[in-house]
Design a protein around this ligand. Sequence first.
Ligand SMILES: [Zn+2]
Length: 139
Amino acid sequence: MSDANEPTGNAHQAWQRALDEGRFLIQRCGGCAQAVFQPRELCPHCGHGRLAFEAPAGTGTVYATTVVRRKPAEGGDYNVALIDLDEGCRLMSRVEGVPPAEVRIGQRVAARVQVSKDGKGLVLFDPLTAATATPAGAA
Ligand SMILES: [Zn+2]
């Protein structure tokens, strides 16, 4: 049996294609209206088969954080964090823009997409500061 948390099939491929174009998407269930991540074919909450992609606000809160130690020659230490998006789903990513050990549980962060030289998109997060805490488009 496959793990329910493992990315599967066409939904994940479609998601990665959008990400490679610089667009970060999550899914929303057409049955129970809950936000879904990782991309899936079936809703993990209610089993509904119609999950629509949408762009999240990108803001979220650090749920858990750790530092992965690496030799300086290999790029140095980096942060790995679980982020709860404001839409209600959780993803694993990195928080950058602060020293890896200074990321805090409960810290507000904002997503951005980084596309590598080989064209692979990756979702990363930066700390939300007072200057950037107002979501784009807010009155
Ligand atoms: Zn559902």
